[in-house]
Design a protein around this ligand. Structure first.
Ligand code: PMV
Length: 359
């Protein structure tokens, strides 16, 4: 499909004057990371993620036919009016207006809340933008009742991508690939697709415990970080490596090889941060406690031969990934040895989920 296929066709234009839609959409954690993009939110390399379950955003989009030329929106976050959230959402509306021209017929009120604390260092853009994209698609579907489910979810992912790249992986499925890759069926740079190969039992119910090392705002936003991949001396090699890692992880997810999974996922996390450290200007998002935790995990693995591994987002928090049958040992390890490195002892127990839900 091309961009043109995502321009809305409206079969029953004046069918709806007002209403509201609510979607609950998950966050996701990338195994092979997206870092670096071209114009129009096109990724430089393919990425793959586990969809999370406990970390989600709940968004209601209320709409009513525009009176006069007003055409406006208000944003409420956790019940409070948030004008400082408006610029990001205004940019999103601008980016999608070609694909959803019907939006200019309505005024909107957005109510949103996250299951995780706003300043937890957990990026809320993936779940936040995917929720908004799905609400917009619910409105579009009510104006075009011929829309198929497949198109609905594909376009929701397409729109979410225009809000925040990784948000396109927070729509549908437990394991999602974004970016055109020869070995991934139907994959596209324009939207995320559910990883459709068989996934080994070892990865069913996989856990992600998120250790909140630093609950503050990030010093460097992802937008700035992505831009620093332009002219980065190692960028080309990194993008090639990511494509190779997609081929590798495809086999790992099929075979259930947890040792290979650990090796690939940890290498991806450290490569992401190595790209940051070798950008110009350079920056470091890890904190001393991030490194303490990583070293503890390596010791734990040596002693127990279990399959606990870590990954990192664009921040200091550490995601602990482990299979269902190791949860008891890992939980004791977290409580006894790791929470001391978390700010305010905070951590979140999450696991692999199934995607967004209308509520
Ligand atoms: O979606 P963005 O622009 O916030 O970028 C997210 C980038 C990483 O979280 C670091 C990696 C990824 O693939 O999710």
């Amino acid at each position: 499909m091309t961009e043109k296929d995502f321009i809305a066709t409206i079969s029953n234009p004046s069918s709806i004057d007002s209403g509201k839609y609510t979607w609950k959409t998950p966050s996701n954690i990338a195994l092979v990371k997206y870092w670096g993009k071209k114009e129009h939110q096109i990724p430089e390399n393919t990425s793959i993620s586990f969809t999370l379950d406990a970390c989600f955003t709940l968004t209601t989009l209320e709409f009513s036919k525009k009176k006069g030329d007003s055409g406006d929106f208000e944003v409420y976050f956790e019940g409070e009016k948030k004008d400082d959230f408006k610029p990001k959402i205004a940019t999103f509306f601008e980016r999608i207006e070609n694909y959803c021209p019907f939006l200019s017929d309505y005024d909107f009120t957005i109510h949103s809340r996250n299951s995780f604390p706003h300043s937890s260092g957990i990026a809320s853009s993936a779940s936040g933008m995917s929720a908004l994209a799905l609400c917009v698609m619910s409105l579009e579907r009510s104006l075009n009742n011929k829309m198929t489910d497949a198109y609905f979810y594909k376009k929701a992912s397409f729109l979410a991508r225009l809000g925040s790249g990784s948000a396109c992986r927070s729509i549908k499925g437990s394991v999602v690939v974004w970016g055109n890759h020869d070995e991934i069926k139907d994959s596209s740079d324009l939207y995320g697709v559910e990883f459709s190969d068989d996934i080994h039992e070892n990865f069913k119910n996989y856990h992600d415990t998120i250790l909140l090392v630093d609950e503050g705002e990030k010093q460097v936003s992802s937008t700035v970080g992505h831009k620093l991949m332009f002219g980065h001396p190692y960028a080309r090699n990194r993008f090639e490596q990511a494509e190779e890692n997609i081929s590798k992880i495809k086999e790992i997810l099929k075979s259930g090889d947890l040792k290979a999974f650990t090796n690939l996922v940890e290498s991806e996390a450290l490569t992401l941060h190595a790209m940051m450290m070798t950008s110009n200007p350079y920056f470091i998002l890890m904190k001393p406690n991030t490194l303490k935790i990583i070293n503890k995990i390596w010791e734990f693995r040596k002693e127990t031969n279990l399959n606990l591994c870590f990954t990192l987002d664009a921040g200091a928090n550490v995601h602990l990934l482990y299979p269902e049958n190791e949860k008891e040992e890992v939980n004791s390890f977290v409580v006894n040895e790791l929470i001391q490195y978390c700010q305010n002892n905070h951590y979140i127990c999450d696991r692999i989920g199934f995607g967004a839900k209308q509520v």
